[in-house]
Each structure stands twice: as C-alpha cells, then as structure tokens.
Write a new protein. Sequence first.
Length: 132
Amino acid sequence: MTENQDQKNEPEFTLDIGTGVFAIIGFITSWINMVLIHDAQSANIHEQLKIFWYFTIIFTTIIPTIGIGLKNRLWGYGYILGFATAGIPFAIIVELFIGGYTFATTLFIFTILWIIFWKAWRSLKSIKMISD
C-alpha cells in the first residue's frame, strides 16, 4: 500500500464536529480541575493531599483521552488539546503556576500518547492490512 493511499484512508488530522465538541468538553473539564486544585491550595488540608490534586491532571487527561481515542482518535486529539488549551487563559487570569503546569503536563502527555498509542496503532493496522 502506498503512503498516498494510506493518507486517503486515514487523514492525519481533520476537524469535524466531534473533534470540536470534545475540545470544548476537554476545556471545561480542565478548567474545573484547575479550580479544584486552586481551591485545595488555599484550604486547610494536609500537604500530601494538596500534592495529590496535581496528579488529578494526569488522571483526567490520560484515561478519558484513551477512552475517547479508542472510539475515534481525532476526538481524542480534540479532548486533550482542549484540555491543554484551558491552561493558557487560566495561567493569565487566575494562577500562573497551575495553568502553566496543566498546559505543559497535558502537552507532554499528548506527545507520549501520540507517539506510543496512535503511531503504534497505525503501524499495527498497516501490518494487518499487508498480511490480509
């Protein structure tokens, strides 16, 4: 199979209504998560619990992205990029560190998932097509 035919079957990135919807969902989820982190920092709770709130960024990024990406990988792109994008206005408006942390962590997770999950999935799919 030539590379040109492969791109016709599966484009690298196209915007559709589902990608936009999941980008908005990711943005809202990220914003709520960052507000919870911000509120936990000012609350009178144990220091280790405050640190745990930062790990929620990882959990609310990876688990939904993989779940959505299994259905449609472009929707997964939309969710995680919407999640990352929310960090920029949050960093400007509310708290620089929390917004910057969310943006940087989410882009790092996006890169890892893109390399491991989607590239590997595409490679396995092309191997299966050749063997058929």
